[in-house]
Design a protein around this ligand. Structure first.
Ligand SMILES: CNc1ncnc2c1ncn2[C@@H]1O[C@H](COP(=O)(O)OP(=O)(O)OP(=O)(O)O)[C@@H](O)[C@H]1O
Length: 179
């Protein structure tokens, strides 16, 4: 292989690996709620999001999910209690550097109390009354389904505003029993 081809191979665009975590708990009136939070800094600041962030080179997505949960909320969740619920690809043709692949986990077993961190101000929301005005536009296509126990893979392409979903491809993987 000549040097130029080797260089081009090195340059191929890879998706940044990220994780997202949704902790859920029952309420006294028989409903369920999910821990979301207002993102205070960084990517998506101002939006209401799940806990999460980058998967570091030395860890798996599920390890990153447990670590980010602790860092961002002070809650402790065991790797074995995180169920992978979705694999999402987000593409931003107007800002390809933002392209990412997000492993989404759900857990209903964890310990501690949720505390605000530098990154996020966590708050519990009823799963049937999500703050739809303040979440990423893509959430409507997968978050309610994931919270109902479905498992899915999906790919989203964002419009030039990098805010609005332009195209959606959803592959339903399986239908689980709600937790
Ligand atoms: C485009 N539509 C989207 N819909 C739902 N959630 C989205 C999202 N796009 C990004 N997210 C999540 O937002 C967090 C950003 O995290 P971001 O601030 O970049 O990383 P964070 O600083 O926490 O990681 P490090 O601490 O640097 O590792 C991360 O969980 C990521 O999965």
């Amino acid at each position: 292989m000549n040097a130029e081809i080797g260089f081009l191979k090195e340059c191929r665009v890879t998706l940044t690996p990220m994780c997202l975590v949704f902790l859920t708990r029952p309420t006294p009136d028989g409903r369920r709620e999910v821990l979301l939070g207002r993102k205070k800094t960084g990517f998506g600041a101002g939006k209401i999001v799940g806990l999460g962030g980058h998967v570091e080179p030395n860890e798996t997505a599920v390890q990153a999910a447990a670590r980010e949960t602790a860092e961002e909320s002070s809650l402790v969740v065991a790797v074995g209690d995180l169920r992978e619920a979705a694999n999402l690809t987000f593409r931003f043709p107007a800002r390809p550097a933002w392209d990412m692949q997000v492993a989404v986990f759900v857990a209903d077993q964890f310990t501690g109390d949720a505390h605000e961190s530098e990154e996020i101000a966590p708050r519990w929301y009823p799963t049937d009354d999500l703050p739809v005005q303040d979440v990423w536009d893509d959430n409507q296509y997968w978050l309610p389904q994931v919270l109902e126990g479905q498992q899915l893979n999906a790919e989203f392409e964002f419009a030039d505003d990098c805010e609005t979903v332009a195209t959606v491809q959803i592959v339903r993987v399986s239908e689980n029993q709600p937790e």
